[in-house]
Design a protein around this ligand. Structure first.
Ligand code: GAR
Length: 209
């Protein structure tokens, strides 16, 4: 007897970017080659117009919205534009991927927005702690290890509940660049793994973390 396919609804992702888009490129690649299953990117929002991440999104045929702070009267109006865009896209989950702006997300989005940060939070986070600044600070502090953190986004920078972390060693002779490379390799594994777990266990899993 023929069995019916279970009804299957992909997890709809909106990805927020500001720059190079390497995190976005990795997600696109993994969805394409099937390493990340059951998720689709329904919208990419960039806080800057002329960045590589926008090109990557367009080349992949994804809908892109440029939402630049400069086009809005204040942070609240900018935040509302982001909220409207993710609402209209009917996203289930928002992934910050090198997004360098503050989004004052409304309560209904809290618990459904993730960020990846290139250090072991709660250390080496907060305003101004992004990209190479983070790796330089880790080296200056003489740390023996670093890593990356996926966390839920709340109203404070790099602050919400930690969902997952991956550690990497800091090696003798490391520069911010060599350390960044090692951390980013860990990021490329960790972020899709977290999304895959949300696909499998549902958004409730994030709340339970
Ligand atoms: C990643 O290393 C990510 O952890 C970092 O930006 C890089 C991604 O940029 N994010 C932060 O520092 C956020 N505080 P890209 O995806 O634009 O290449």
């Amino acid at each position: 007897m023929a069995t019916t396919q279970p009804t299957y609804r992909p997890l709809r992702l909106a990805v927020l970017i500001s720059g190079a888009g390497s995190t976005l490129a990795n997600l696109i690649e993994r969805i394409r080659d099937g390493r990340l299953r059951g998720a689709e990117i329904v919208l990419v929002i960039s806080s800057r117009g002329a960045v590589r991440g926008v090109e990557i999104a367009r080349q992949a045929g994804l809908p892109v919205k440029i939402v630049r702070p400069i086009d809005f009267a204040d942070e609240q109006a900018f935040s509302e534009a982001i909220t409207t865009a993710v609402d209209q896209a009917e996203a289930h989950l928002v992934l910050m991927a090198g997004f360098m702006r503050y989004w004052r997300l409304p309560p209904r989005w809290q618990g459904r927005v993730l960020n990846i940060h290139p250090a072991l939070l709660p250390r080496f986070g907060g305003r101004g702690m992004y990209g190479q600044h983070v790796h330089a600070a880790v080296l200056a502090a003489g740390e023996r290890e670093s890593g990356c953190t996926v966390h839920l986004v709340d109203l404070q920078y790099d602050h919400g509940p930690i969902v997952a972390q991956r550690r990497v060693p800091v090696l003798p002779g490391d520069t911010p660049d060599t350390l960044a490379e090692r951390v980013q390799a860990a990021e490329r594994e960790l972020y899709p793994e977290v999304v895959q777990t949300v696909v499998e266990r549902g958004l409730e899993w994030l709340g339970a973390k």
